[in-house]
Design a binder for this molecule. Structure first.
Ligand SMILES: Nc1ncnc2c1ncn2[C@@H]1O[C@H](COP(=O)(O)OP(=O)(O)OP(=O)(O)O)[C@@H](O)[C@H]1O
Ligand SMILES: [Mg+2]
Length: 256
């Protein structure tokens, strides 16, 4: 079961001309898997996540979750953290997170769940703060909490740590892993950061542009206590890097 992409195609019309953005993407993702997606700007990564979230429709092909075709958003099933911040600037942390709740809950339950998620992303004490009073990393945590609050089975993260410094990024990666270890949801993470892709992914999907296709899928056969500084990690980093920039090189380039 899990999430299945079958021959997914997506075209847009720009200025009266057809633009093929995604071409014949097929991939099966198991429940509880973490998939990292890397690819150059404009290769269709955000478009793909929006299709998986049911926020847009495929031009042809099919995306299904546990056997049901996805054609509209379902926040119980799939949550997305967008590339750009979508917090309401005039609302506090707790209110921003409350906006994410799509279930009918009593006020008591709502309060409890909001506090749980604030604590989960390490923002205890900032319940009443406005987004502008938070650092960039803290704002991202609010976005993540707002999405997680519906306990989706599939979490889509679109370059969630792109604008953050290396230390904050590493902390948030650890937090996402902790939450995953607890909830075991499927995660699809779009990132520009090869280290991040290898550190978090069970598999790294490398896309190439014009039109966006899956160039390679690299399984990361490392245990979960990954060490970014060891040779095995460096091997996978190099493999993804080579795949990313490969033009005329041969397979032998993968050998270290
Ligand atoms: N709603 C839309 N209407 C028309 N064209 C679109 C729309 N959304 C995306 N596109 C086009 O689809 C292509 C892929 O865009 P997308 O945002 O998916 O790329 P991306 O891989 O996420 O890039 P980045 O890494 O810069 O975020 C671009 O050429 C873009 O112009
Ligand atoms: Mg994008």
């Amino acid at each position: 079961m899990g999430l299945s992409l079958k021959n997914v195609q997506k075209n847009f019309i720009i200025g009266g001309k057809k633009l093929e953005v995604l071409h014949d993407l097929s991939l099966d993702i198991e429940a509880g898997e973490i998939i990292s997606i890397v690819g150059t700007s404009g290769c269709g990564k955000s478009t793909l996540l929006k299709l998986i979230a049911g926020l847009d429709q495929v031009s042809s092909g099919e995306i299904s979750l546990n056997g049901s075709v996805i054609n509209k958003p379902n926040s119980k099933e799939t949550g997305i953290v967008f590339q750009e911040s979508r917090l309401f600037p005039w609302s506090s942390v707790e209110k921003n997170i409350a906006f994410g709740i799509t279930e009918k809950l009593s006020n008591e339950e709502k309060k409890k769940r909001i506090q749980e998620h604030i604590d989960m992303v390490g923002l205890h004490g900032f319940e009443k703060a406005l987004p502008a009073q938070l650092s960039g990393g803290m704002q991202q945590r609010v976005s993540i909490a707002r999405t997680l609050i519906n306990r989706p089975n599939v979490l889509l993260l679109d370059e969630p740590f792109g604008a953050l410094d290396a230390f904050t990024k590493i902390n948030l990666q650890e937090e996402v892993l902790k939450i995953w270890q607890k909830e075991h949801m499927t995660i699809i993470l779009v990132t520009h950061d090869i280290d991040e892709a290898v550190y978090l992914g069970d598999r790294v999907v490398v896309m190439s542009p014009k039109p966006g296709v899956i160039k390679d899928v690299i399984p990361i056969e490392l245990s979960r206590d990954r060490d970014r500084t060891n040779a095995d990690f460096a091997f996978y980093r190099k493999r993804v890097f080579n795949e990313f920039y490969r033009s005329e090189e041969t397979e032998e380039d993968f050998v270290i």
